[in-house]
Design a protein around this ligand. Structure first.
Ligand SMILES: Nc1ncnc2c1ncn2[C@@H]1O[C@H](COP(=O)(O)OP(=O)(O)OP(=O)(O)O)[C@@H](O)[C@H]1O
Ligand SMILES: [Mg+2]
Length: 261
């Protein structure tokens, strides 16, 4: 039996990278060998499916929340054995969804996974609160600007109010300007540990544009953003990534040396 950690990926401000973080962090932890489920809990503006090319999935999380399907029917296989539960794009189905059912559904399967990540809607509205309330912990995604950090503080207070533990923050879309708030600033303002920074990386945006979309951790493991996501996943799990077999010059020399011994 696994000790599933249910973690929502939230933010105050929209567009800061929650869906990107939820997808890539899930893939990164799966790559490290963890059993991971990622759920699109942004039932109004479902985006997660697009990143995994699951936009035509016949059964979605909405069907589960409507009581018309079992959660297992809405599970699809992602990279490295990751399990993905997408939401549908239908506005009609969304209107009938009962977001309060989320918690019940996810509690029922938490022992089957090491991690369950929820891609939440932005802000502190009803849907965002329902997503948070379906988890025990929350990760706050912020970008290095004052508005995003101020809004994250509101989201953090909301989480605390409904009994969800603020676990940590992730600083996304870092450009490296000297004026940018740093990890230290985020830590001090939010009074929260910072798991790491993900740089602004054009490969992240490209993930969605491709004919066969997939998260940057899968597509471009050597890109700066993918490396950052792997580091954050290591930090969360305490698992070090296996040394990739690099056929570099040094490895070549070492292999010759080994053979002679
Ligand atoms: N580190 C990054 N570098 C470059 N682009 C990024 C990065 N992170 C996210 N993006 C891009 O920013 C846009 C918004 O990201 P995303 O959809 O993940 O945000 P969100 O917080 O989920 O938005 P919403 O609040 O609408 O749900 C996307 O086009 C995504 O590709
Ligand atoms: Mg999103």
């Amino acid at each position: 039996m696994k000790m599933g950690r249910r973690i929502s990926i939230v933010s105050g401000k929209g567009g800061v990278g929650k869906t990107t973080v939820a997808a890539n962090l899930s893939v990164a932890l799966a790559k490290l060998g963890e059993k991971v489920l990622v759920v699109d809990a942004d039932v109004a503006m479902a985006n997660l499916a697009l990143l995994f090319g699951l936009q035509s999935a016949p059964i979605t999380f909405q069907d589960v929340l409507l009581g018309e399907a079992e959660i297992y029917d809405a599970m699809y296989e992602g990279p490295y054995g990751l399990t993905v539960v997408p939401s549908g794009l239908s506005l009609q189905a969304y209107r009938r969804v009962n977001p309060d059912k989320m918690s019940e559904v996810l509690r029922g399967i938490e022992n089957e996974f090491d991690y369950i990540f929820l891609d939440a809607p932005a802000g502190i509205g009803d849907n965002a609160m329902a997503a948070m309330a379906a988890t025990k912990e929350a990760i706050f995604v912020v970008t290095p600007d004052k508005a995003s950090i101020a809004d994250a503080l509101k989201a953090k207070l909301t989480a605390e109010r409904i009994g969800v533990k603020p676990y940590a923050a992730i600083l996304n879309m870092v450009r490296g300007f000297p004026e940018e708030p740093t990890e230290e600033d985020v830590k001090n303002i939010l009074e929260l540990a910072v798991l790491g920074s993900v740089p602004e990386d054009k490969e992240v945006r490209r993930s969605l544009l491709l004919k066969k979309p997939s998260p940057v951790v899968v597509r471009k493991p050597d890109s700066p953003a993918a490396k950052a996501f792997m580091q954050i996943a290591s930090r969360i799990s305490g698992i070090q990534p296996k040394q990739e077999e690099k056929k570099g010059f040094l490895t070549f020399i070492k292999s010759l040396f080994k053979k002679k011994k």
